[in-house]
Design a protein around this ligand. Structure first.
Ligand SMILES: [Zn+2]
Length: 490
């Protein structure tokens, strides 16, 4: 364990072990309905009060009934013709072929929430209609970058706690550099799902996922069940390899599998989110989901397997004129290139020893708010401890002391140039709707046609361990979250 991991694990609140009375995003329909129940008319002395109470009751009952209908009526889209909106499932559907739950976690990189409406996506649509969907998308963690988010999905930890604080960063103690091909265990903190599964003596299989090639605990990236990253492998081959795992004797089928596609992130960076190339890439991802569904159906396991289809973040268009140049701050403060660890959309700065980070923040802020720096108002700089708490981006030495939050669609560069073209980017504040991605779940424990409110991807770890019925490691997810989204076992 490296020195930084001790300081990291210290402040981590083991919320998964906390009591289930902690606040979850409640199911809106039950929240409204229970409120109605608890409004018992007490003896009162004024007619006015009783009248108001009655009106409130009626309004609440009506809104509760509306919410109930709204959140349950979608189940009538079910392919199971015997089901109606009044016959809402209350327990998990029994397995017919497999002998225990199997979870297949699929990531489509940079699949911005809403891309599913760009073009017909019949296969993704089938998972949505017969499964449970985050109605307004899945919320990524900050920074909304690929490696931090993929590793949050499988550990339930915010980047400050799992250690992958950016796609590239330095360890300030050793000076070592992390890149997206660093597989030394010292970088990857927390306990990813494949490790949790292996620690329970169960099998996992990974067809690419950031961190999956790193040996940790009982997970040693086994040959044939852990693919080493190679972006040139055709998507079809990835899907077919996953399908072959279901040809193994039932007791040998891995209980947890990952599958990763680089698209449509790849196109999104080049052309932005609103280009025909994105539409084609989305249609192709849908085709891969179709190939997967067909293969599972052929093997008679489609209804038994739990499919979680997610993305890591969204995408927003960037264009020239939406630029901020650090060199423009020179009359107030010079920010040399070698202080800057990353520019955009996550600006992170580590001044050398002897230069006070607070002074740098003060001078940068003075410059940016002077009205004399082009687009200066579109960048806000913070000492990391003073970032909004909802970003959870401070508790790690690997995070440089100064962080800049860049307005949606803007880009920070060092020096003026003419080379900027329009494209796409992600990495911004996770509160931006453009950074949202998808959460679609299909399987025995997911109610058909159900919509749930948006939630952060750190909840997925507990969701998977609940479905697999294994004890997970402490993490930043809410212990009782899974009960709000999955059907109890029958
Ligand atoms: Zn990504």
């Amino acid at each position: 364990m490296d020195s930084s991991s001790l300081s990291i694990l210290g402040p981590l609140k083991p919320t998964s072990l906390a009591s289930s009375s902690e606040e979850d995003p409640p199911n809106p329909s039950t929240a409204l309905l229970s409120k109605t129940d608890s409004t018992s008319p007490k003896t009162t002395t004024t007619i006015l009060f009783v009248s108001l109470l009655l009106i409130t009751c009626i309004a609440l009952a009506a809104s509760g009934a509306f919410a109930f209908l709204f959140f349950s009526s979608a189940s009538s889209f079910s392919s199971n013709s015997s089901q109606t909106s009044l016959n809402v499932e209350s327990t998990a559907r029994p397995l017919t072929k497999l002998d225990r739950p199997v979870v297949l976690l699929i990531s489509s990189d940079g699949f911005r929430f809403g891309y599913q409406f760009k073009t017909p996506t019949p296969n993704i649509g089938r998972l949505i209609a017969n499964g449970t969907e985050a109605q307004t998308g899945l919320i990524p963690v900050f920074p909304t970058l690929t490696f931090p988010n993929h590793y949050s999905i499988v550990t339930g930890l915010y980047p400050a706690y799992h250690g992958i604080v950016n796609n590239y960063f330095y360890d300030p103690i050793t000076g070592d550099k992390f890149t997206m091909s660093s597989h030394e265990p010292k970088w990857w903190l927390g306990e990813p799902l494949w490790e949790t599964v292996a620690n329970h003596g169960l099998k996992a299989a990974t067809y690419f996922w950031p961190g999956s090639e790193v040996p940790k605990g009982s997970w040693n990236c086994p040959v044939n069940f852990c693919q080493h990253y190679n972006g040139s492998v055709p998507f079809e081959e990835r899907v077919d390899t996953i399908l072959k795992y279901f040809d193994l004797p039932i007791s040998e089928i891995p209980v947890f599998m990952t599958l990763y596609f680089e698209d449509p992130d790849h196109q999104g960076h080049q052309v932005g989110p609103d280009d025909p190339e994105i539409t084609e890439a989305v249609a192709n991802i849908d085709k891969m989901i179709g190939r997967l569904i067909q293969g599972l159906e052929k093997r008679g396991v489609f209804e038994d397997v739990t499919i979680l289809l997610v993305g890591d973040h969204g995408m927003v268009g960037t264009c020239d004129k939406k630029l901020i140049f650090l060199d423009d701050l020179a009359p107030w403060i010079e920010i040399p290139k070698d202080w800057v660890h990353s520019y955009s959309p996550l600006l992170s700065i580590r001044p050398p020893a002897g230069v006070s980070p607070s002074d740098v923040v003060a001078k940068m802020t003075e410059a940016l708010s002077s009205g004399e720096v082009e687009n200066g108002m579109r960048l806000k700089v913070f000492l990391k401890e003073e970032l909004p708490e909802r970003l959870h981006y401070a508790e790690n030495d690997r995070i440089p002391p100064i962080i800049g939050l860049v307005a949606e669609g803007f880009t920070v560069e060092q020096t003026r140039s003419n080379r900027k073209e329009c494209g796409g980017a992600h990495g911004y504040d996770n509160a931006f709707f453009s950074m949202r991605t998808i959460f679609i779940a299909h399987g025995p424990q997911f109610e058909r046609g159900r919509k749930v409110p948006s939630f952060e991807n750190v909840q997925i770890y507990n969701l998977v361990t609940s479905i697999l019925k294994v004890q997970g490691a402490p993490n930043n997810g809410t212990a009782s979250f899974p009960n709000s989204i999955i059907l109890p076992s029958s």
